[in-house]
Ligand binder design. Structure first.
Ligand code: SIN
Ligand code: MN
Length: 264
């Protein structure tokens, strides 16, 4: 799959590209069925919310689950990422964020590259995310908030927050956010299940808590140009991967075929 010039320009200028219903209802149903099985597992890769036993983030699922392995090789996903980063890409991080009904906690304002630079010594910001909405994301269940065009600011000063949530994050202070929002505003990224959201690694983003009765599962695949591989291995392998092999494109129906084979 190839993005148009106009789509690539939107990503460059605004820092993100939203493609509603990028994955089909059949593909979404497969992911929706698989996520609870992943969250039910007691394993170190499943980080739980501070407040209780619900999963905040399931890391590295593509390394042990065939359905999510097929997702990361999906041509509707690898093709656009290669166009945006102008290189072959490898997976720096994979996570499924639960943001459970009533319990889902905030993600403070941050740039992903802030963490990748500080913790993993990623040379440049030639990296990005693909978010796949597994559930509908609406105004109530903790949608992602973006500050459009903030990715043009490069790396913004951040401090290491180890207390607010159950997951350490390099976060940006309120004065800086206020100034950025004066210029760029805030957009709230809502849409049906199966939507794909590509966003730049220096785009400033965060999300509020989920007080609603609706869960908000989003899968995030962080992709890095193979020429931009990380140089520090401080974080566990399942948080910051060390396999820099370029991801190859599997056939268009690979998610559906993989799920069928797993069910046999
Ligand atoms: C993230 O920024 O890494 C996660 C944000 C979210 O899931 O709301
Ligand atoms: Mn992030």
């Amino acid at each position: 799959m190839k993005l148009t010039e106009q789509q690539l320009r939107q990503f460059d200028e605004e820092g993100y590209l939203f493609l509603p219903s990028h994955f089909s209802p059949q593909e979404v149903a497969i992911m929706q069925q698989e996520v609870p099985r992943v969250f039910a597992q007691r394993r170190q890769e499943n980080v739980r919310e501070k407040s209780g036993d619900v999963v905040r983030t399931a890391f590295a699922v593509h390394t042990y689950n065939p359905v999510f392995e097929a997702l990361v090789h999906h041509p509707r996903f690898v093709g656009p990422a290669e166009q945006m980063l102008k290189d072959q890409v490898y997976i720096h991080q994979f996570k499924i964020n639960g943001k459970a009904a009533f319990d889902g906690d905030v993600w403070q304002w941050h740039q992903d590259y802030g963490t990748w630079k500080n913790d993993d010594d990623m040379p440049t910001a030639r990296a990005m995310n693909l978010a796949v909405f597994v559930d509908e994301v609406n105004e109530f269940n903790g949608p992602l908030w973006f500050i459009p065009r903030s990715h043009k600011r490069g790396v913004i000063d951040a401090s290491h927050d180890l207390t607010t949530t159950s997951y350490p994050l390099w976060t940006i202070n309120n004065d800086t956010i206020a100034k950025l929002v004066e210029q760029g505003g805030i957009v709230s990224m809502k849409g049906p299940p199966g939507s794909a959201l590509f966003f730049h690694s220096t785009l400033v983003h965060g999300s509020g808590p989920n007080m609603s009765p609706w869960g908000r599962v989003i899968i995030y695949v962080s992709l890095n140009a193979v020429s931009n591989a990380i140089r520090r291995f401080k974080r566990p392998e399942w948080i910051a991967h060390r396999d820099f092999t370029p991801i190859d494109h599997w056939p268009e129906d690979s998610l559906i075929k993989t799920a069928r084979q797993a069910a046999e």
